[in-house]
Structure formats: C-alpha cells, structure tokens
Ligand binder design. Structure first.
Ligand code: NI
Ligand code: MN
Length: 226
C-alpha cells in the first residue's frame, strides 16, 4: 500500500492497482497549492463526513475521473442529488467488499453537515483490509472506547488519525487511540491547515516516541509505503 498526502485530511491510498482518495480538500488549502488537483484520477472517493474541509474538491475530482463515492447514506445521497450518482452508500457497522478490498464503516465522535447546511448523517471512520494489509482511517473524531472494538477485530498495519486538536483528537488522545486499535504506526492528519489546528511538531513527536508510537506528520505530497 502506498500513502500520498495532499494536506489536511486529504490523502491517496494506492492498493491492489486501485486509487482511493480520502476527504479531498486541496484547492482551498493554501498549504497544498503545489498539488495538481486535476492530475488526481482516483477510482474511489471515500468521505468520512460532510464537512467542507473534507468534501471541497469532490465535484472537481469526480468530474475528472470515473470515481465512485463511498460514504454514509446521507453523504452519498447528497452528492447523488447534485448529479454525482456514481456512489456506494454505507452505514456504521456495515462492511462491503470492493475490487480493492473490504471496507468496514466504524464510529466517529464528531458532527456532520453538508456544505449547504443540510443533514450529513453520522460521521464515520473506515477500516480497509485486503491481501496487502489493513489500516484504519479515523476521520474526524474524538477518542472513544469504541476504538477498542477495532483492536479486537482487526490486526492493523497502520492508522491515519487526526492530531490537530480543537475540532478533533489531539496528539495525546491519538496516542491512546493507537493503543486501543492496536498499532504503533500512526500517520497524523488534520493539523496545521488553520490556526485552530496548528501543532508543535517536535513536542508531538517526542510525546509519541515516549509512548512507543511511531508518529509521522507527513509533508504535502510526501509518499509513504507500507
Ligand atoms: Ni469535521
Ligand atoms: Mn475536519
């Protein structure tokens, strides 16, 4: 599996010959101005919830590609009502096997509304597994004991979690979340994009290292192989 970071909580996972784009928020992000958004041609666009900082570039990338949108029922239907009808709706606790592997939609503790203010369902995380590996993307969430269920069910190779604090978990809670889901390999996202989520990188990495967690705070366009 290959991870490529596009800033904020936007990243691409390449696995089993497919491209999975998560939570695209690239064109509004000044920090990601070097990313050529029109060159991103995913097979799937996977959305954790409806907030603008996770869906801003869905329409553009959808129209540039043959991508299918995978998200909660409400988010998929909202895009469907705008004519983006290649979608696969899911809901919490449900799994589905796609051509790249199996997704299980899991709980996130956050909120979710669409950019026009309409109801965005309940926010989600995902666990994705195939013969190349298994990873958890937490979406926007607080630390929650529900994460222990992920640790019981899956043998994760790595996790991608928000670490920016204020709107989501901060680093200390993400470290606890890693212990609960059972991985020491953490890629932090949802940091530094706005002043509310700016973090001290040195302090964050020291805290993680002292807890036995290998925290990567990726640079935009950085690629990481698992
Ligand atoms: Ni959010
Ligand atoms: Mn967010």
């Amino acid at each position: 599996m290959k991870f490529t970071y596009y800033g904020h909580a936007s990243f691409l996972i390449e696995t089993k010959g497919k491209k999975l784009l998560f939570d695209p928020y690239i064109t509004p992000n000044e920090l990601a101005s070097n990313v050529d958004v029109n060159a991103i041609r995913p097979d799937y666009i996977i959305l954790s919830h409806g907030h603008g900082d996770h869906v801003a570039d869905v329409e553009l990338i959808y129209s540039n590609s043959d991508a299918t949108i995978i998200s909660t029922f409400e988010v998929v239907n909202w895009f469907g009502s705008k004519g983006l009808d290649r979608g696969h709706p899911m809901n919490h606790g449900g799994s589905w096997t796609f051509d790249f592997g199996t997704i299980k939609l899991v709980n996130a503790v956050h909120s979710s509304s669409m950019p026009d203010g309409s109801y965005g369902g309940h926010p989600a995380g995902v666990v994705i597994s195939n013969s190349e590996g298994t990873f958890y993307y937490a979406g926007d969430t607080a630390l929650t004991k529900d994460m222990e269920l992920i640790g019981e069910e899956f043998n994760l190779d790595f996790a991608i979690m928000p670490v920016g604090d204020n709107f989501t978990m901060g680093v200390a809670d993400a470290i606890k979340a890693c212990k609960m889901v059972g991985t020491n390999n953490l890629i932090g996202v949802h940091f530094d994009t706005f002043p509310y989520v700016a973090i001290d990188h040195e302090e964050s990495k020291e805290l993680a290292t002292s807890s036995g967690i290998d925290l990567i705070l990726p640079k935009i366009e950085q690629e990481i192989a698992f």
